[in-house]
Design a protein around this ligand. Sequence first.
Ligand SMILES: [Fe+2]
Length: 433
Amino acid sequence: MEPVPNVTRREFMAAGSVVALAAAGEAAAPPAEGVIGPLVGHTDTAAAFLWARLPAPGEYTLSVRRGDGTGTGTEYAAEATADTDLTAKWHVRGLRPATRYVVDLKGGRPCSFTTPPASETPARVTIALGSCADEDAGTRAVWTRMASEKPDAVVLAGDTPYIDSTDLAKQRTRHRAFAAVAEYQELLAARPFWSTWDDHDFGRNDADGTLKGKENSRQAFTEYRAQPSYGDGTGGIYTAFRWGPVEVFLIDARWWSWTGPSFADPAKKTLLGRAQWDWLRKALAASTAPFKVLAVGCVWEDKKNKEKDHWETYLHERDALFAFVKEKRIGGVVLFGGDIHVTRLLKYPPEFVGYPLYDFISSPMHARVIPSLNVKHPYLVESKVQPNTFLTLTADTTIKPATLTARFLDKDGKSLFTDTTVTLDELTPPAPR
Ligand SMILES: [Fe+2]
């Protein structure tokens, strides 16, 4: 875990001046020139990160109060400096589950968020996921559509945005331009989001962990993403979060890829790296979430082009991961992938993890489709070459058996093909003989 950003906390009573400020924040006033955000980062049942990019160095105070008007507000201060490209993160604590909060930052846009339900409470939650985004009109339409689907949380799975450089100034400029898009802020100032990266935000097409300057990419990522942790604290960006009945594991398939021998087969190269493998096994085995999403920027099978940045290059590690899930009898696992600018649904037979393994591939949010990557695969159920698309996963544990519903949507909210509903029973390992 990376140390929490330097923040201070000051309690205050919800006095008249503060309420007036809060009311102004609720109005649809345009944000003052130069402030991006505040946006909502990692959120759990008791704490949240708020994020913003400020116009000048200094200490900035943000206030958080309950959305129902009860209780006292709390102020938090955070520093924006040139060292973090004038980005700041406020670590908000003492929150309650399933509760709405309103955030006020002077000069910032209206912002509010709701904490997740207590983990073991039956709930119906929706997470929106997408990959491959720009600042173009099509992507902006996707942000707006995502918001109207009212997801509880958002996952950006790489090429979010396209950067194609490890130069720190370029990395920061691109992240800043991406975050400055009004529709993006509209979506992410109202619910938390998390990210992993793919090749273009890591630094170059088809890049692996031998890429020079990757430390700069990681620095910009840590500045522009308010996540609970970034990889092992010194390298990589993998992390995980829990939202009611779902836990999402955001895998980093770039930082350690091709950097050394694999834990699964020393004669071959690694994808995950030892630290991430140890973390993933431990976190998966410890997870009490009924549904577990393994999200990665690339795809879990052969892309069938000349590039090597897919799990096919590292099948020894995919086999090890699947075998681990099967051996430990970890139920409720589904896969998510992006990258290929084609939408696909695959269903692996039970021999891999002990029960059918669904693989949801959603790409792109922009319009640049790649029809040639819509290739044959023995486990392919559905596929579509579709611009401006994203996925929603809805988990419902208020019914028995609990269900997970996947909807691949276009920017108009139309399903690309029949929605997939899987029961938790179907994703349960068979009883040991
Ligand atoms: Fe892409």
